[in-house]
Structures are given as structure tokens and as C-alpha cells.
Design a protein around this ligand. Sequence first.
Ligand code: NAP
Length: 264
Amino acid sequence: MPSYVVAGASRGIGLEFVAHLAAKGNQVFALARNPDQSKGLQELKGKPGITILKADITDPVSLRAAAAQVAKATGGGLDVLINNAAYVSHKYEFLQIDEFQTDQELIDDFKLSFDTNVLGPVLTTNIFIPLLLKGNLKKVLTLSTGIADAAFVLKAEYPYSPAYCVSKTGVEMANVKYAIKYKKDGLVFLAISPGVVNTAEEAPTPEVMAKLQEMGAAFQKVAPHFKGPITPAESVNAMLAVLDRATVKDSGSFVSHLGTREWL
Ligand SMILES: NC(=O)c1ccc[n+]([C@@H]2O[C@H](COP(=O)([O-])OP(=O)(O)OC[C@H]3O[C@@H](n4cnc5c(N)ncnc54)[C@H](OP(=O)(O)O)[C@@H]3O)[C@@H](O)[C@H]2O)c1
């Protein structure tokens, strides 16, 4: 049975990847920095095919320990790595690039975004590449976002989440670099946007709701058919279909859950 590592599996889309892939009979390694605090992972604990491992994607020591456990369980290989984890600041999400209260807040938000959203997937990928080279499917899926597509953002005139958008643009370039290096080995690297997905664990405050509506209106300027978020299950189903179809000729591309450059 194919083996998958899902990095950042404690909640949201990552947790859905784990549940979905295990239900299809795959061997799934769910990486989370605090698995004991994840209600979702605790509910999946002991289910067939699921192994839960503690790993922070910004900490290479914990990633290496997780990779060693994966290799031990699989005999050395790994079929698919899913780089799902990300940092999205709820405090600064709806600020524009020059609206931070202090320089330090801007610096902190940009640094944490870079560390988690760029360095995290790069460290994770580097550490799992030796296993992927020994796997059969040889695929890496890295979650990005449509709001890291400059053409879309310009057209939608979407001004918020600067550190997040900049960092996700960065991870797309890392995806390209991997594709170039590992084409000869048959590894497929895909950056993907999951769509707009409702992963909120609490109902939004009225202020956040107003910003979400503003976001929806901006997106509708580009995609008038956009009606609102999809569920994690819908997103994961669609992304895995895109991943299944991907071959080495698609490596290095950045697509949506629809398999195109239509983000919504
Ligand atoms: N939801 C959307 O509409 C949407 C749209 C576009 C792109 N995306 C992308 O899709 C992915 C999943 O989104 P989501 O909405 O499910 O996100 P989410 O609900 O905010 O969950 C983020 C996940 O990343 C984990 N994480 C953060 N930092 C980590 C670290 N240093 N080490 C290990 N795990 C870490 C979190 O773990 P903890 O529980 O430990 O914090 C959590 O499991 C992200 O890459 C996001 O950027 C989402």
C-alpha cells in the first residue's frame, strides 16, 4: 500500500488528508508539533494505517527523527510527501503591508511566515528526499495559495496578509528548484492551492466576518461564480485527484485544486 507523510496534520486540511488517505487503505504518517493537543489526531489514534509522529517543520532534529521512524516502518521508502503546515497570523491577517503598529510586529510576522512557510517545507522536503527516491510514486505536494499568484492578487486588488502571501510565493520558487534538480530521478513536485476552505474552529467575530466578506467581494471581481468556501473534504478530494494525475512533465508547476490556474 502506498505510503504518505502529511506534515502539519493536527487540524484543518492536514487532518482531513490523514483521515481521507487512511480510509482509502494507504499507510499514513501524520506529523504534528503537538499531537497530544490535537483532538482530531487523538480521535484517529489507533485507526488502521495511521502512525502519529511528533515533528515541528522548523526543527530539523525532530524532522530527522520522524523520517527515521518512517523509514523503519516502510523499509526505507516513502511514496508521497504532503507539505501542508503553514503559519497564518490571525492578529495581522487583515493588515496591509505598511499598517503594522510597530516595526517589530512586521519583522516578527514576516520572519515567522518565512520560517514556517518557506524554510519549513524546504527542510521537510530535504530530509524526506532520500526516502522519496526509494519510493514508488515519488511525489511531493506543497500547499500554497491563490493569493500568492501575483496576477490574481493584482486583478482582485486583494491588499491583506502581506507576510503570508510573500512567503507562499517563496515556497513556489522552492518547488521549481526541486523540480529542476530531481526531474532526472522521476520525482514530481507540485505546488497547489486548496481553494478557499473553511477550516475555522470557531465562528468568526463580526469584525472578521466583515473582512471575509470584503475578501469574497475582491475574489468575485476575478471569479464572479465564487460563492464562498468549500469543505476540507471537498478540497482534499480535488487535490488528490490532481496529484494522482500529475506526472514528471507537470513537475514544478503551481496549480489549483481544479488542476488549473483558476483559483476559485
Ligand atoms: N484554508 C484555506 O482556505 C487555505 C487557502 C489557501 C491555502 N491554504 C493552505 O493550506 C494549508 C492548510 O491550511 P489550513 O486552513 O488547514 O491551515 P490551519 O487550519 O491554520 O492549520 C495549519 C496547520 O499547520 C500546522 N503547523 C503550523 N506551524 C507548524 C510547525 N512549525 N510545525 C508543524 N506543524 C505546523 C498547524 O499545527 P498546530 O495545530 O500545531 O498549530 C496546523 O496543523 C496551509 O499550507 C495553508 O496555507 C489554506
